[in-house]
Design a binder for this molecule. Structure first.
Ligand code: FAD
Ligand code: NAD
Length: 466
């Protein structure tokens, strides 16, 4: 048998890559991870999940204090001021702490960090910083980057036309922020700057925001964002952005064609999706082809068509989510070690961390109805005692069950803590629960999750509190 430098070499240290490396090392495999960024943790820890959630939290605190929202609880404040440099520094501190934490875990698990861009020479050899490194197994976990909008030049340093990375570090609150794309990034980062004082206009190509989510949830979310002051222009396409001095002019027209309109902005956020990172990897050297969407295809064990080459995370099909990448990272390492690593792609929760949060798992009502007859139970947060007690009553829980078997097919939630609430739905679905199983599970009182129980009871037409 050939001698290799490593049993496993992972390319990329995002949630897919670093988790795969740690599990491989835990299973006794000699492991290295190539990462070209200066810190470990990939998009998620450096410029994604973590800094965006730090800013979402801080901006929510500011907004609650500044808007007088706390006064209804009997908390009266004096003059409230924004200290943006401190808020940004606090966000950076969260990033540094977590990326440093991965470095510590790499040391603890004796994983070698190869600090450079990796390119394939052959199926068992990559070139990293001018050196050839060999491995019996190579996991591609190179993640994704922002999809560019043709004709719109992003310059994060200038801070006028930016992508999500630039929108995590505006040096001052833009007077008017135009967001191109009404998806997760546009609404989360739009919320941050709207709470800090910006007027936010979202331009969305489709006729509704939040593609991929349940139709009723998308409609309700649009209403809530409009109530918060967002201007949402759906069925509208951006045809160009020009910058003069410190201002941008965004040219838009109806998606179906029609009268051209211009919008003046102090900043423009391009958030129209992300695309897999495969450029410069040398995939031609190993004969690995991409699918039509530029992704690497794998089988259910995360093996590619090339023996010894595996792939996980944003670079393969499926939702571009950190937890999906992490679970695939664990599974691929276990498969390489000869165990059985599986991911149930039918049960991957997704959360939009706005206020209220929006979360879902499984099928939308539209998808479920395409497959057969369904029963639906809905319960408004307005009738949930905990939501009432804290005066956060927006949203609802919706459970979609198979009409014949009662098996839960999908759960959708809009509620202040929807991201936390959805975990119980994911676990129930993973265990193949029926709505009756959820309805007859004792839920603590008073909790937001009682609304999940009530929605399950509503599937049978027997909720108690409405
Ligand atoms: P990545 O995290 O993209 O990591 C890939 C790494 O590989 C990168 O560090 C890159 O430098 C490195 N790399 C690439 N090519 C090479 C090479 N040839 N050699 C060496 N290194 C290489 N998801 C959630 O689930 N929840 C959230 O709240 C959330 N918020 C987000 C907010 C924002 C603003 C963004 C942009 C994304 C967010 N995401 C969120 C998505 C999440 O970040 C991704 O799904 C996740 O990071 C994908 O993990 P990954 O390991 O596949 O790739
Ligand atoms: P997205 O796919 O969520 O949304 C992009 C939106 O842009 C879509 O609604 C699309 O119709 C619209 N669009 C596309 N082209 C357009 C155009 N020319 N003009 C106007 N609108 C246009 O993508 P995103 O918001 O950029 O996020 C990228 C990925 O990052 C997502 O897949 C998401 O899963 C992940 N992410 C997740 C979280 C989270 O889990 N909370 C947070 C941020 C990002």
């Amino acid at each position: 048998m050939a001698d290799y430098d490593y049993d496993v070499l992972v390319i990329g240290s995002g949630p897919g890559g670093y988790v795969a490396a740690i599990r491989a090392a835990q299973l006794g495999l000699k492991t290295a991870c190539a990462e070209s960024r200066e810190t470990l943790g990939g998009t998620c820890l450096n410029v994604g999940c973590i800094p965006s959630k730090a800013l979402l939290n801080a901006s929510e605190l500011f907004h609650e204090a500044k808007s007088g929202a706390l006064a209804k609880h009997g908390v009266k404040l004096g003059n409230v001021e924004l200290d943006l440099p401190t808020m940004l520094a606090d966000k950076d501190k969260a990033v540094t702490g977590l990326t440093g934490g991965i470095e510590y875990l790499f040391k603890k698990n004796k994983i070698d960090w190869l600090k450079a861009h990796a390119t394939f020479k052959d199926a068992h050899t990559v070139e990293v910083a001018g050196k050839s490194v060999t491995a019996k197994n190579i996991i591609i976990a190179t993640g994704s980057s922002v999809t560019p909008l043709p004709g719109v030049a992003v310059d994060n340093d200038k801070g006028i036309v930016v992508d999500s990375t630039g929108a995590l570090s505006f040096k001052k609150v833009p007077g008017h922020l135009v967001v191109i794309g009404g998806g997760v990034i546009g609404l989360e980062l739009g919320s941050v700057w709207q709470r800090l004082g910006a007027k936010v206009t979202v331009v969305e190509f489709l006729d509704q925001i939040l593609p991929g989510m349940d139709g009723e949830v998308r409609k309700e979310a649009a209403k809530l964002f409009a109530k918060q002051g967002f201007e949402i222009k759906t069925s509208t396409k951006v045809t160009g952005v020009s910058v003069k001095g410190k201002k941008a002019t965004v040219t838009v027209e109806p998606a179906a064609g029609g009268a051209v309109e211009t919008i003046e902005a102090d900043a423009v956020l391009v958030a129209i999706g992300r695309r897999p990172n495969t450029e410069g990897l040398g995939l031609d050297k190993i004969g690995l082809e991409l699918n039509k969407r530029g992704q690497i295809e794998t089988d259910h064990e995360f093996a590619t068509k090339v023996p010894g080459i595996w792939a996980v995370g944003d670079v393969i099909p499926g939702p571009m989510l950190a937890h999906k990448s992490e679970d695939e990272g664990i599974a691929v390492a276990e498969n390489i070690a000869g165990l059985t690593g599986l991911v149930n792609h039918d049960v991957i929760p997704s959360v939009v961390y706005t206020h209220p949060e929006i979360a879902g798992v499984g099928l939308t009502e539209e998808q479920a109805k395409e497959r057969g007859e369904v029963k639906i139970g809905k319960f408004p947060m307005l009738a949930n005692s905990r939501a009432k007690a804290i005066a956060e009553t927006e949203g609802f829980v919706k459970i979609i069950a198979d009409a014949a078997s009662d098996k839960v097919l999908g759960v959708w939630i809009i509620a202040a803590p929807a991201g936390t609430m959805i975990a119980q739905a994911a676990q129930a679905m993973e265990f193949g629960a029926t709505s009756e199983d959820i309805a007859y599970t004792c839920h603590a009182h008073p909790t937001h999750n009682e609304a999940v129980k009530e929605a399950a009871m509503a599937v049978q037409g027997k909720p108690i509190h409405i």
